[in-house]
Design a protein around this ligand. Structure first.
Ligand SMILES: [Mg+2]
Length: 227
């Protein structure tokens, strides 16, 4: 086995976060009588990603920016809804957003039979644990590392230092995820090989170089085996 210790991202690698986000946002909008339009969805998506990137750089703590996303969103559309109230409703709806990425369960089942697997995620503790508890994935993993509990997000070295307290660093570790800025950069910061899951075939316009790139989850076991 080329890699015997695997660290796998959750959102948009194993669980379809885009779908969960859209559903939670739609339910929030419906609940408060706001039209759920493509423009509203797109605006939220952009605002949210912007804040997460600032969070990854250590600029905003999570409790600061989570409500700010909705304060900004309501201001942009001129809706008279308190951002904190919207955020709380959205948060609860998101906790119920469980949509598997195609092939995710099969992948974890196979990988757990040939390597030790941990999940590494930048999500909220209660959002991630309640979503994962809705399906079968946790039975295949040794544990989960959540930025919320660690106090630092991927790609920071601090995040991986905490991981290495539980799983001592070796040369046969691989990190797998869909984000160049958090997963693949995280692998580089933590001195381990990385596999970029790029289902949409996006062009890599960054200076971050993954060890491997795949477009489907099915391709991953072969790489882990070193075939
Ligand atoms: Mg992800």
């Amino acid at each position: 086995m080329k890699y015997s210790k695997l660290f796998i991202d959750v959102d948009d690698t194993l669980l379809d976060f885009k779908m969960a986000e859209k559903e939670a946002l739609r339910r929030m909008a419906e609940h408060f009588g706001i039209p759920f339009t493509p423009e509203f969805h797109q605006a939220y998506h952009e605002i949210n990603i912007g804040y997460w990137k600032l969070h990854e750089k250590g600029i905003y703590a999570k409790e600061e920016f989570l409500p700010m996303r909705f304060i900004d969103l309501m201001a942009r559309f001129g809706y008279d809804l308190d951002g904190r109230t919207a955020n709380a409703f959205y948060h609860n709806a998101l906790c119920e957003g469980y949509f598997l990425m195609p092939g995710a369960e099969e992948l974890l089942k196979e990988l757990s039979s040939i390597a030790d697997v941990w999940l590494v995620t930048n999500g909220d503790t209660d959002v991630q644990t309640s979503r994962l508890a809705m399906g079968p994935l946790m039975q295949y993993v040794k544990g989960i590392f959540i930025s919320d509990e660690i106090g630092a997000p991927k790609p920071s070295k601090e995040f991986f230092d905490v991981v290495f307290e539980t799983v001592p660093h070796t040369d046969d570790m691989l990190i797998i995820g869909d984000s160049l800025t958090s997963d693949i950069r995280g692998g580089k910061n933590a001195d381990m090989d990385s596999l970029w899951f790029n289902p949409d075939g996006l062009e890599n316009t960054t200076d971050i170089r993954p060890t491997y790139v795949v477009q489907t989850l099915e391709e991953i076991p072969r790489i882990v085996r070193g075939e």
